[in-house]
Design a protein around this ligand. Structure first.
Ligand SMILES: [Zn+2]
Length: 265
């Protein structure tokens, strides 16, 4: 069986075990069904996720010119505190920015390798947590726009991490934390104007990933450099394929690459 298409981050469903779906042009693959199978991945070409042209990918699945021009790669994406749509000010395209920024956002704590703070649109819960490989997470505040979420994250970063250690996450080198206690402890550091949006009496969400064997020493596959790779798939966590030989492949970091995926047995 062979599939070919441009890589985009996997879609997910938080069931008893997370279900992963890879949308390839020709088919929609339920990646869980590829577990225990040997699969080959081959780099074919590039396809920018914005303009669709066969141009080298610069960042986030975009070619260089799209990365610096398309409204969905503005600085406020990675740094929500720079959001300005609530002031009626445009970054690249005010209509687009209003649509994305002026909707309910969540500031959360997620534990993937350590407890970290993050921001997401409410519609992206729990997708965002699954993408990060968090085995537990909790919502701290729900605010009406991206800016308020951003300034909360900036304030809390002084007191809790905002990054995941992907090696620890993949090795499952993790500890369970009581995130309700963390939420209470961080409460005092939430900015004054956001205090009214604090979520009371909240519970953790737990996430189970389809992994049979965690890698002891994860090695990241660089498909551009290698050209192709084949191995036995033993798990999926976050946006990573995990193979039996310790190789891991970050699907999200390879967005915009056209690949063929062949299921060998
Ligand atoms: Zn482009």
């Amino acid at each position: 069986m062979q599939y070919k298409g441009v890589l985009k981050k996997m879609n997910t469903e938080n069931l008893d075990t997370v279900q992963y779906y890879l949308d390839m042009q020709t088919d929609f693959i339920n990646v869980n069904q590829l577990l225990h199978k040997t699969i080959a991945i081959k780099f074919e070409t590039y396809e920018c996720l914005s303009c669709g042209l066969e141009k080298e990918i610069y960042r986030q699945g975009f070619c260089k010119s799209c990365f610096f021009e398309t409204p969905n790669a503005g600085d406020w994406i990675m740094r929500p505190e720079l959001s300005k749509a609530h002031l009626g000010e445009a970054d690249r395209d005010l209509e687009y920015e209003k649509k994305v920024q002026l909707q309910p956002h969540i500031v959360y704590l997620a534990n993937s390798s350590n407890v970290k703070v993050g921001v997401t649109r409410k519609t992206q819960v729990p997708t965002r947590w699954i993408d990060q490989g968090a085995h537990e997470a909790i919502e701290i505040v729900e605010v009406p726009n991206r800016y308020l979420a951003g300034i909360t994250e900036v304030a809390l970063k002084e007191h809790v991490a905002d990054k995941t250690n992907w090696r620890k996450m993949l090795k499952n080198d993790i500890e369970d934390e009581d995130l309700t206690k963390w939420q209470e402890r961080l409460r005092a550091f939430i900015p004054e104007e956001v205090q009214e949006y604090f979520i009371e009496n909240n519970k953790e969400t737990t996430i189970n990933f389809p992994v049979d064997k965690y890698p002891e020493k994860p090695k990241s596959l660089n498909i551009l450099k290698e050209g192709s790779y084949s191995g036995k798939l033993v798990g999926v966590k976050g946006q990573y394929f995990i193979f039996e030989d310790n190789t891991v492949f970050n699907v999200r970091a390879n967005e915009g690459l056209v690949v063929s995926i062949t299921v060998l047995d």
